[in-house]
Design a protein around this ligand. Structure first.
Ligand SMILES: Nc1ncnc2c1ncn2[C@@H]1O[C@H](COP(=O)(O)OP(=O)(O)OP(=O)(O)O)[C@@H](O)[C@H]1O
Length: 788
């Protein structure tokens, strides 16, 4: 799954979240147990949770011991330490003292028997036991006949008579003390009573033992209300602490999850951005600028959102489910099958809902993309839309995209709105089923009310966790698409990269030399090359002019110098070294490239000029601005170099933008200056002054000037004339006027024969018309430049 890849490097945070979630689930799921304790122990058992009383009268312990084996009696005796005022205090461990502990198990049955005897047992209940035999007429007669037995027999008869012939503890004591029953006989009688209780015996015994403890406390003068209040208070405290613990862990998980997700988003944006920074125009074109922006904002946000949900909810759901399942099976309620039924019902509901909504969710992503695309198209093209009166058409186009999205969102939201009530219905039906089945258990005494309540809570937890999982599953496909879109950019292979072992021009080689060796270039996916077999070599400190009609490949040619594209065939060399073998940064450091459309960054004039080289001092900055003929308008600004520049240089004119772009390139003090039609927005006088200043101020840098205007390049040391990607002329202005027909036509379409130093007859109307046709309006390009 593409999403998981984003967690790489965040394993520790994920582990911390998982750990915190386990703690949170355990704390949260302990609450129903305590609630069950409050009901079962606190309310129903008066706050007494164990058959082992904290304190017991010595005489009562002796009564209990009559029904224990000697070994058990000793064990209990040891657990009850020293006697004080006839009362013993329990000193055994808490574990042993529980109902299921060693002491608890020993004491339960004797306590029940003693309690029953204290209330009086009908001898019928003891039929066929050793105790009933001991009470037979014969035995009593035998007892009365012995010298010491007369008194005992009399006491026994009195005791029986006082309780309507029922057997009481007092009577059993007399029998036991006078040897009429042995300990073994009493134990077997007790076991017989236990067996008679049958299936519900366990629960009954436990409750009777608790009643015994209550009676014992009362006999000792301990207030039962105090015992109950103490227990309830204790439980309340524990529950409060658990709630607090849950709160703390929930906040901690939220904190770690949000932090991790935010970091993941930040790292992803960083990786994305640095990848895009290395993209050549080919890769940018492949994704489109709009899509790259959406991918690094919206898509990353989607990933961040799902990461938080993964760490908080999706991971919590199975943990909750498992812990609740363990807890629920520990209740031994016999209703575990209901959970299976509940889950089946939830799966059915989720299956139907997700089956219908999931495809729509996936479609939603592409509809959002479509809406973005249409909006961007409209906003970018606002001017032509107005100019051509296409507002209605564009509005319809937007409306269609927007309505499609709305319909899908409505469908999904309606389905989701339907989901909650259905799930609630399922949950209520499940609760009803638990109460129905549980009530029967409560009725026969196999289940306590509190346990049933806890079971309901656990079942709801399990169902809820699966439900949350289902609901979150709906969000995953969208995030998955976002993750794929982001990964696509990150994994996109770069068409232009630095070589593994870069070379640098030899130390003694001349600086500022650009050489093209039989270079051919074809745009990716294009059928034909736009530059064909171009060869030239500049000389140190000399100027190369490139001229040609619109679309002849001039800009493409100079883009090969700073490796914005790589030549399809042939080699581009700088200072004698192939640019493909050089470190990319090294190549670009040597070149000051001024693109066709001057681009400025938001900031100030100063920050823009110092963009390529922050180390230059103010004098050098001023010099660059002077050469670029930018000082005249900078000086007019009240803030001078501190004048703010808006995004994309929107607050300066096209010509000013070009001049600042030129100043930026000059400030970098490169070996090679490349001007891609960078003077087009300048008036003739400024153009001339700039070229003059350049000649003096560029030092030893090689200058490559692409131009549409002959005047811009006619002073160049060498001029290349391009036509449909081929070099059709090469030489100085003078040479080309004589030898290159294409150049001659371009020149004559722009300047008079006199300006060109040609005989007057050369400027015929026919030549002018022909030339104007060949060159698609350089004058209009100038206007366009101004408007930019
Ligand atoms: N990114 C691109 N992908 C495909 N083809 C392109 C791309 N950029 C330019 N072209 C094509 O390459 C050819 C040369 O374009 P280029 O921009 O180099 O011409 P140019 O001589 O600089 O024109 P202009 O003077 O109008 O700026 C044109 O036919 C153009 O359609």
């Amino acid at each position: 799954m593409k999403l998981l890849r984003f967690f790489k490097g965040h394993a520790l945070a994920v582990a911390i979240c998982a750990l915190l979630l386990v703690v949170q689930a355990n704390l949260e799921l302990s609450l129903p147990n305590y609630m069950s304790n409050i009901v079962d122990v606190g309310l129903q058992q008066g706050g007494i949770d164990s058959p082992v009383p904290e304190t017991i009268r010595e005489s009562e312990l002796a009564n209990l011991q009559m029904f224990m084996t000697e070994a058990d009696a000793n064990t209990v005796q040891e657990a009850y330490g020293q006697e004080k005022d006839g009362v013993l205090t329990y000193e055994g461990t808490a574990e042993e003292g529980q109902a299921s502990g060693r002491i608890g198990e020993i004491m339960t049955l004797p306590e029940c028997v003693v309690l029953s005897l204290e209330e009086g047992i009908s001898p019928n209940q003891l039929a066929h036991t050793d105790l009933s035999t001991a009470l037979s007429e014969d035995d009593l007669a035998k007892l009365a006949a012995t010298p010491d037995g007369a008194t005992a027999a009399a006491q026994l008869q009195q005791a029986l008579a006082a309780h309507d012939g029922k057997l009481t503890l007092e009577a059993v004591r007399i029998l036991y003390d006078n040897g009429l029953v042995t300990r073994d006989q009493l134990i077997s009688a007790a076991n017989a009573m236990n067996d008679a209780l049958g299936e519900v015996g366990g629960q009954m015994l436990a409750q009777r033992a608790i009643s015994f403890v209550q009676r014992e406390y009362e006999a000792q003068g301990i207030s039962l209300t105090d015992v109950q209040n103490q227990y309830l208070g204790h439980m309340a405290l524990i529950m409060f602490a658990l709630c607090l613990g849950t709160l703390v862990t929930t906040v901690a998980v939220g904190f770690v999850a949000s932090r991790t997700a935010a970091r993941i988003a930040r790292d992803t944006r960083k990786t994305l951005f640095s990848r895009v920074m290395n993209f050549s125009p080919t890769e940018v074109g492949r994704f489109s600028q709009a899509s790259l922006i959406t991918r690094s904002t919206n898509d990353v946000q989607q990933i961040q959102m799902v990461c938080v949900m993964l760490l908080r909810m999706i991971m919590l759901a199975p943990i909750m489910g498992i812990v609740a399942f363990i807890q629920v099976t520990a209740t031994h309620s016999g209703m575990e099958w209901i959970i299976g039924v509940a889950l089946l019902a939830i799966f059915a509901v989720l299956g139907i809902l997700l089956g219908t909504t999931m495809p729509k969710f996936k479609r939603m992503q592409s509809l959002v993309d479509r809406l973005n695309l249409v909006s961007r198209d409209m906003l970018d093209g606002l001017m032509p839309i107005r100019a051509f009166g296409r507002e209605r058409y564009e509005l319809r186009r937007f409306d269609t995209a927007s309505t499609n999205l709305m319909k899908t969102q409505l469908f999904v939201n309606r389905a989701m709105a339907f989901m909650m009530p259905v799930i609630m219905l399922v949950m209520n039906l499940v609760t009803l089923l638990i109460v129905w089945v549980g009530a029967q258990g409560v009725d026969v005494g196999t289940l306590q009310v509190g346990t049933m309540m806890a079971f309901i809570t656990y079942t709801m937890q399990i169902v809820m966790s699966f439900m949350v999982l289902g609901m979150v599953a709906v969000m995953l496909p969208r995030a998955q698409v976002a993750a794929e879109r982001v990964t696509e950019v990150i994994d996109c292979p770069l068409s232009i990269e630095s070589p593994a072992a870069p070379e640098a021009p030899a130390a003694g080689s001349p600086r500022g030399v650009v050489e093209f060796r039989d270079v051919t270039f074809r745009y990716p996916d294009a059928e034909r090359p736009v530059v064909r077999n171009v060869s030239f070599c500049t000389e140190v400190g000399k100027t190369l002019g490139i001229i040609g009609s619109t679309g002849s490949g001039k800009s493409t040619l100079v883009k090969l110098i700073p490796r914005l594209y790589d030549a399809t065939e042939g080699n581009v060399l700088i200072d004698g070294t192939d640019v493909r073998t050089m470190e990319l940064a090294d190549v670009r450091r040597r070149i000051g490239y001024v693109p066709q459309q001057g681009f400025l960054f938001s900031g100030t004039i100063e920050s823009n000029i110092k963009f390529a080289n922050e180390a230059i001092d103010d004098g050098q900055m001023r010099h660059a601005a002077e050469v670029a003929q930018a000082m005249e308008f900078i000086e007019k600004e009240p803030d001078g170099f501190e004048t703010p520049i808006a995004q994309k240089g929107a607050n300066v004119s096209g010509g000013q933008r070009q001049r600042l772009s030129i100043a930026r390139a000059l400030a970098a003090q490169p070996e090679i200056l490349v001007f891609d039609d960078s003077f087009s927005a300048l008036d003739y006088a400024t153009d001339a002054r700039l070229r003059e200043a350049l000649r003096k101020g560029a030092g030893n840098a090689a200058v490559v000037i692409v131009a549409q205007r002959v005047a811009t390049i006619m002073q160049a040391d060498e001029i290349l004339v391009l036509e449909a990607g081929n070099v059709v002329g090469r030489g100085t202005h003078r040479q080309l006027l004589d030898s290159c027909e294409t150049y001659r036509e371009i020149a004559l379409s722009q300047l008079s024969a006199a300006e060109l130093g040609l005989p007057e007859e050369a400027t015929t109307e026919a030549v002018r018309a022909e030339a104007a046709e060949a060159v698609a309006g350089p004058a209009s390009a100038q206007e366009g430049g101004d408007a930019r």
